[in-house]
Design a protein around this ligand. Structure first.
Ligand code: PMP
Length: 283
């Protein structure tokens, strides 16, 4: 693949990139991450991702390895060195390497790794045709608002979806949809866009914040509240948002068509607005 990746202050060929076997990210999933999309060589909503990263670090009492200006410089340098036009930048911070102990080590230097993934994200077949999801119980830990690298249950969810022959899974807790395995979930019902309120039960999506802002600016009604699976199945539309998929329609839930089974106008419109505005504001 021949990428240049960033590891703790150095830009190195990917084959030479190394992290210690004692790294707490490896041993304890003691780390947080961000994924920022790149369109036309520019970063979409870098500010939002940086702010959430700082919040995740703060919630885990983890040191920030660099400041925000430096972080932006590293992102840009990686885009330049890899000639990245469209795709993603993955960033991970861990508490660093220390002899294995459940208690957090004193004074370990945080590990910072970033790498690029070149891929087409704007022209998406999934967005054109819509995705199909199944529902699964939400068996993750209770602090989903912190973007940690402990993604085993979401991975299992994707595998359950794959085994069922569909694209993704929506997670359900106490009868209500929390979110998708790697995206926030929405329905359109009674003329309103409904998505779960923020709290510890879901990740505070950067795309979610932007999409809700654009929706309100476009005079669409938004309701932030829990919704049930039955409500979703009876909705006019459903969709998901994430930094890498923007706004993607959901056309089927547990084998039942949502609305007429085709991508709906609200999701289409929001994807358009989101892409227009984000590209304009990209840095
Ligand atoms: N929820 C979960 C569980 C996710 O993993 C993601 C994507 N990382 C999102 C929501 C969407 O967040 P964002 O819009 O910031 O990518």
């Amino acid at each position: 693949m021949g990428r240049i990746v960033y590891v703790n202050g150095e830009y190195v060929p990917e084959e030479e990139a190394r992290v210690s076997v004692f790294d707490r990210g490896f041993l304890f999933a003691d780390g947080v991450y961000e994924v920022t999309s790149v369109i036309g060589g520019r970063l979409v909503d870098f500010d939002g991702h940086a702010k959430r990263l700082w919040r995740s670090l703060g919630e885990l009492d983890m040191a920030a390895p660099v400041d925000e200006d430096e972080l932006l410089a590293i992102h840009r340098e990686l885009v330049a060195r890899n000639g990245l036009d469209e795709g993603l930048i993955y960033l991970q911070v861990t508490r660093g390497a220390a002899d294995r102990d459940f208690a957090w080590p004193e004074g370990a230097a945080p590990t910072l790794v970033l790498f690029t993934q070149a891929k087409g994200i704007v022209d998406s077949p999934a967005a054109e045709r819509g995705i199909r999801v199944i529902s699964i119980p939400d068996r993750r830990w209770g602090r989903r608002d912190i973007k940690t690298v402990q993604l085993l249950y979401p991975s299992m969810g994707k595998m359950m979806a794959k085994a069922a022959g569909v694209d993704d899974a929506w997670m359900v807790e106490d009868g209500a949809v929390t979110e998708g395995t790697s995206n926030n979930a929405y329905i359109v019902t009674g003329g309103k866009i409904v998505t779960r309120h923020l709290g510890e039960e879901i990740l505070h999506g950067i795309t979610r914040a932007a999409v809700l802002r654009f929706a309100r600016e476009a005079q669409m009604e938004v309701e932030e509240r829990a919704f049930t699976l039955d409500e979703a199945k009876a909705a006019d539309e459903a969709f998901v948002t994430s930094a890498s998929t923007f706004v993607t329609p959901v056309v089927e839930i547990d084998g039942a068509a949502v609305g007429n089974g085709a991508p709906g106008p609200v999701a289409r419109r929001l994807r358009e607005i989101y892409l227009d505005e984000s590209v304009k504001a990209a840095v």
